[in-house]
Each structure stands twice: as structure tokens, then as C-alpha cells.
Ligand binder design. Structure first.
Ligand SMILES: CC(C)(COP(=O)(O)OP(=O)(O)OC[C@H]1O[C@@H](n2cnc3c(N)ncnc32)[C@H](O)[C@@H]1OP(=O)(O)O)[C@@H](O)C(=O)NCCC(=O)NCCS
Length: 225
């Protein structure tokens, strides 16, 4: 306990030295606001979220220890869609020590699982559903307004432990991203990404794989990475 207090004091001193009084106080003010809001909404001291966070279907969320998020977070566990007369039992599961940036939107009406120690940049969108089906039989007609089309609810999204998701990434329904992956900024992930890969682009393609023997990221299709 004493060690923790000493470490906190050391961090405070370091911050004051690096950032000066005003910015240090601003940091702690924001942190206190986030802690109070997390306490009010989830009744927990280890969830740090800004008061402008938008939350829907809290009873369908499981958030691990030490969750922190920037401004404009929108977590939505969709339990019903009255326009199409649908009801859902979504599961939005977030692991321990997940850290997300600003304006991240996660929309879930079926199942989204985010592993432990995942780091996300800002302006990220993750969804497990679409307004309507656009493949095969029973596809949605363009003559029906999008708001009246049924929400799909049969695909999950999984993001493995220790993934790092770059800025402005979109992750679409049905995608499994293995543990230890890096998704480059502005990528759109439409297909599964194997563990320990770096994937970039629209649609995201694997660029590099971690090689445990050489302890290097090896570029795919290259002899001289
Ligand atoms: C994904 C990332 C980590 C890759 O880094 P890297 O492995 O060092 O990449 P390299 O510089 O070796 O680039 C390899 C190739 O991928 C391309 N590339 C890299 N990142 C890309 C991206 N996000 N989108 C599309 N292409 C990308 C490069 O142009 C290069 O292509 P080329 O060889 O044809 O010129 C990095 O580019 C990135 O996107 N970082 C995310 C930054 C971010 O969002 N930070 C938020 C802080 S939480």
C-alpha cells in the first residue's frame, strides 16, 4: 500500500516537472471527472469515462478491470429495434486494462468480445450488425428505407488480447482478429486477421507476421523485410 502511494507521489512530481502546474492540474481534474462518472454509472472505481459518454443497454455489457476511454465514447448494446419489431440479447464483453481513445463507437446487437490489454486509437467504429442483408436470397430491396430494414444479428466480432487498433479503423460484422495484432490507421477490417499480424488497408490485408524465432515482423512475400 505504502509502495503504491510512493509511486503515485513520484508520478505526480514527474508530471509537474514535465507539464507544469496548469496542465498537471487539468490532467487530474479530467481524471477525477472520469472517475466520478465511472463510479456513478457502473459503481466502480476502475472505469474511467468522460461524462459525455453515451451508453445503451448497460445490463448487456461486461467491462473488465481498469477500463479507460477518451471523450465521446459510444457503447451501444442494442436490445431492440422497434422500427422493424426486433428484440435482441446482445453481449458486449470488454477485457481487463482496455484503453480506448476519443470518439470510439461500438455497436453490438449480438456479440462483441474485446480481449485483455487492447489499445485503441480514436474515431474507431466496431459493429456486429447491418441494416439489412445484401447477400444471396432474401436480400433487402433498395425501395425499403434503410431505417425500416431488419438489423442482422447473427455475426460476432472478436478482438484478441494485446491488439493495437489504429486511428479511424472500422471493424465490420463477423470479423475475428487474433491476439497480438496491429491494425493500421484508416483500415477497414472485413475478414479475419490471424494472430500476431499487422494488417492495413481497405479491406485490411496482412502486411507482416511476427516470427518468434527471429523475433522480427516479417513482411509477407518479401525475402528482405
Ligand atoms: C500499421 C503500422 C503500425 C505499420 O507500421 P510499419 O510496419 O512500420 O509499416 P511500414 O512503414 O514498414 O510500411 C509498410 C507498408 O505498409 C504501408 N502502410 C503502413 N501503414 C499503413 C496504413 N495504415 N494503411 C495503409 N498502408 C499502410 C506503407 O505505405 C508501406 O507500403 P509500401 O512498402 O508499399 O510503401 C502503422 O503504419 C500505422 O498505421 N500505425 C497506426 C498509428 C495510429 O493509429 N496510432 C494511434 C495511437 S493509439
Amino acid at each position: 500500500m505504502e509502495l503504491v502511494s510512493l509511486r503515485r507521489l513520484h508520478l505526480l512530481k514527474e508530471r509537474l516537472r514535465r507539464q507544469g502546474f496548469f496542465w498537471s492540474m487539468q490532467f487530474y481534474y479530467q481524471r477525477i471527472c472520469k472517475l466520478i462518472y465511472g463510479l456513478m454509472v457502473f459503481g466502480r472505481k476502475d472505469i474511467c469515462i468522460f461524462p459525455d459518454t453515451r451508453l445503451g443497454g448497460i445490463d448487456h455489457m461486461r467491462i473488465g478491470k481498469g477500463f479507460t476511454a477518451g471523450r465521446g465514447l459510444w457503447l451501444e448494446a442494442v436490445t431492440d429495434y422497434p422500427a422493424a419489431g426486433q428484440v435482441f440479447s446482445p453481449e458486449l464483453i470488454i477485457g481487463d486494462r482496455v484503453n480506448v481513445g476519443e470518439y470510439v463507437h461500438i455497436g453490438c446487437n449480438h456479440r462483441i468480445v474485446i480481449g485483455d490489454d487492447v489499445l485503441m486509437g480514436s474515431k474507431i467504429y466496431i459493429t456486429d450488425h447491418n441494416h439489412g442483408v445484401y447477400r444471396g436470397d432474401n436480400s433487402e430491396s433498395p425501395n425499403v428505407p434503410p431505417t425500416e430494414r431488419c438489423l442482422t444479428a447473427n455475426e460476432s466480432v472478436e478482438i484478441g488480447d494485446r491488439c493495437w487498433i489504429g486511428e479511424f479503423v472500422t471493424i465490420l460484422p463477423g470479423v475475428i482478429i487474433g491476439e497480438g495484432c496491429i491494425i493500421g490507421s484508416h483500415s477497414t477490417v472485413t475478414h479475419n486477421i490471424p494472430a500476431n499480424s499487422i494488417a492495413v488497408g481497405c479491406p485490411a490485408q496482412v502486411l507482416k507476421r511476427w516470427d518468434e524465432d527471429s523475433r522480427r515482423w516479417i513482411r509477407l512475400g518479401s525475402k528482405n523485410p
